[in-house]
Design a protein around this ligand. Sequence first.
Ligand code: TYM
Length: 360
Amino acid sequence: MTDAADHQASNDYQGPDRVFSGVQPTGSLHLGNYLGALKKFARLQHDHDCLFCIVDLHAITMPVDRAKLADQTRHIAAAFLAAGVDPNKAGVYAQSAVPAHAELAWYFNCVARMGWVQRMTQFKDKSGKNAEAASVGLFTYPVLQAADILAFKATHVPVGEDQKQHLELSRDIAAKFNRDFGEPAGAPNFFPLPEPLIQGLNGNRAGARIMSLRDGTKKMSKSDPSDASRINLTDDADMIARKIRKAKTDTGEMPVTVEAMEGRPEIANLVGIYAALADIPDQVVLDRHQGSQFGPFKTALAEVAVEALRPVSDLMRRYLSDPDELDRIMARSADAAREISEPVMADVRHIIGFHGSRAS
Ligand code: TYM
């Protein structure tokens, strides 16, 4: 076996299914985060053990405002709950409260190969022209992400499409750990190879990749300098309607079939957003708006967006008005997360062969 990242389809991991995902406490959340991640979280909690983490260790890979970090962490916790995550069913906690993340990340830094990590496009995007000045943490960001998932032996990871490459790296790291520390230590299937859950909720691509409202070829992003490019979860109804009204379209007509949206990224994005918010396939959106102009379609989309997001932003505000309760919820979940990860870490230390380590 070479060091080349050979993505294995699956292994013979026998453990139970577990869902893990994380969101960074940097800037306010937008529609892409909601449809790519949060909305899926709420669905998954009903039939899976789930952990949803506010990844503050990842946040400090870029410069952060220290005075705001704790509040931004609460902001994401409130968004999880407002999107329907029930803290009695699923864990909601801050990454920094559970030491296994950082510990396993170190071990994985010694498993992952430079060449694998150098291929990650997010580092190139985020470090920009001056990669020399980027933090080492930004470079190893995806290794920490693998540790997040595998410290709990999570098998499924709901994320947007932009995280696909990081998930492939997580699988490669898990597979290499299993190989390197497998026989004779007896752990050839110690870690599962985690699967990304990227697909939209209704079977089509809707929700997997929400694009900028100003440029259908760029993803909707917290870091886009134009606020008009995204719908924030905290935008009020007027702001949402205004942004959708101003969203870029093209000079064509409303398409009739999904195939006709090919090569028309702005229209495909608006139709996809409608479909993901209303939980219907793209074709149903097109059928409903056949023969319509973009103006009335955008009005209808704004109504759907306001109706879907208003309860989320109202609930977020309500949760944020009681920060002590949020802190209690996160502390309880962190205790539970430590209980799950500690035996995994005891096994990992033993498998690696550290002096004084024990098998759980
Ligand atoms: P973050 O905070 O950048 O993004 C959080 C989630 O939102 C999704 N997302 C999108 N989905 C669809 N369309 C978009 N335009 C869009 N923009 C963002 C992201 O895919 C993500 O699911 N690296 C992760 C955080 C992380 C993590 C993990 C995730 C750290 N450890 C372990 C899963 C498992 C991230 O990008 O967060």
